[in-house]
Design a protein around this ligand. Structure first.
Ligand code: ADP
Ligand code: MG
Length: 393
């Protein structure tokens, strides 16, 4: 890798700021899934073993610049402490005099976790005053937050500028190496499966993905937007006009018919755990229902395309997999990808949750910790969080 890593810098006695991605799902005040904490452990352990004084930064959820006690990283500090077998001090904030005093007390090999960086509006705005406050706390920046690499925020990009660069942690290094290898000269057929509900952040990547992939198989709410753009009746699904416009543009550019849309649906009047899914063999839905999963004919057609693939990238569940009635499509496609002999990569918060739910994690070649970041990487875009990591001399 051309980028400097944590192995290229002296850490002993240094105050090492680590931007990690500890944005884990919480429930009942505890950590529900500690995958992201475990993924960050190699870098954390390495810095501590080398005698660094470790100051960990992360965001959690979307507090939008306000202190939201339910989005505190305190449960993460506890879980991290258990996994490390040593105390991780939980700071009351991520900047300020009190935090500075705690950081000054650290000795070599000790760790502190700063409170949610997004409790301050300056984080997402990459505000110089906030960056300066963070910079007071450390000497070196290690960036291990691949999931945030598509954002130019204070704790990854701003800090790197002020501290004269940053180095990659092991997770960041692994993500860059894997995604580069798989996508620089991907083996064809290269098939992308794109679903989920975060349509506004995903629709923008489709045009560029069409340039690299042989097919894009759509599912989830994403597919409903494209079906609507193609003139089909999508029932109750609410679709914003500007998304519709983007989808229409995408379809009109797709002269080779690379975009594949569902052929049938599982739909219901309401989205709830006990809603019964009804099968609709046709594309146009009546007004009172919404499509919540792809139907069996779609599954068969997508499976036959996936059967010939040499490279598969999957982001976004094909239906509301959290509820049994609407999980069939996601389960079937996830299984087909897992059993494929192609190089298989998946990314995205809920996508990874679905893979774990179906017990298929061991069958993927790479599971990226970044959803949006991995999509933008595959698109060939420059990610500011990666650009800000220093190059090897
Ligand atoms: P990821 O985190 O993998 O990138 P998204 O955040 O875009 O995926 O979307 C995940 C969510 O999409 C899931 O929680 C799932 O319930 C929802 N979803 C999937 N299909 C539909 C659908 N047809 N209608 C509404 N929501 C859907
Ligand atoms: Mg998500």
């Amino acid at each position: 890798m051309k980028k400097k890593t944590v192995k290229d810098v002296a850490l002993k006695g240094k105050r090492v700021l680590l931007r990690a991605d500890l944005n884990v799902p919480l429930s009942d005040g505890g950590v529900e899934d500690d995958t992201r904490i475990r993924e960050s452990l190699p870098t954390i352990k390495y810095i501590l073993d080398e005698g660094g004084r470790l100051i960990i930064m992360s965001h959690l959820g979307r507090p939008k610049g306000e202190v939201k006690p339910e989005l505190s990283l305190a449960p993460v500090a506890e879980r991290l402490g258990e996994l490390l077998g040593q105390e991780v001090v939980m700071a009351p904030d991520c900047v300020g005099a009190e935090v500075k005093a705690l950081v000054d007390q650290l000795t070599d090999g000790q760790a502190i976790l700063l409170e949610n960086t997004r409790f301050h509006a300056g984080e997402s705005k990459n505000d110089p005053a906030f960056v300066a406050q963070l910079a007071e706390l450390g000497d070196i920046l290690v960036n291990d937050a691949f999931g945030t690499a598509h954002r130019a925020h204070a704790s990854n990009v701003g800090l790197a500028e002020v501290l004269g660069g940053s180095v990659a942690g092991f997770l960041m290094e692994k993500e860059i190496e894997y995604l580069t290898r798989a996508t620089e000269s991907p083996k064809h057929p290269y098939i992308i499966v794109l679903g989920g509900a975060k349509v506004s952040t995903k629709i923008g990547v489709v045009d560029n993905l069409l340039k690299v992939a042989d097919n894009i198989l759509m599912g989830g709410l994403m597919a409903n937007v494209y079906l609507s753009a193609a003139g089909h009746k999508v029932g109750k699904s609410k679709i914003e006009p500007d998304l519709l416009e983007s989808a229409r543009r995408g379809l009109s550019k797709d002269l080779d018919g690379k975009i594949k849309l569902p052929l049938d649906h599982i739909a219901a009047e309401e989205l709830s755990a006990d809603a019964k899914g009804e099968y609709f063999p046709q594309l146009d839905l009546p007004e009172e229902v919404m499509a919540l999963d792809i139907g069996p004919r779609t599954v068969e057609s997508y499976k036959s395309i996936l059967a010939d693939a040499q490279t598969i990238f999957w982001n976004g569940p094909l239906g509301v997999f959290e509820y049994e009635s609407f999980s069939g499509g996601t389960r079937a496609i996830a299984t087909a990808i897992a059993e494929s002999s192609a190089t298989t990569i998946a990314g995205g918060g809920e996508t990874v949750a679905a893979i774990n739910k179906f017990g298929l994690a061991g069958n993927f070649d790479h599971i990226s910790t970044g959803g949006g970041a991995s999509l933008e990487f595959l698109e060939g875009k420059e990610l500011p969080g990666i650009t800000s990591i220093s190059e090897k001399e």
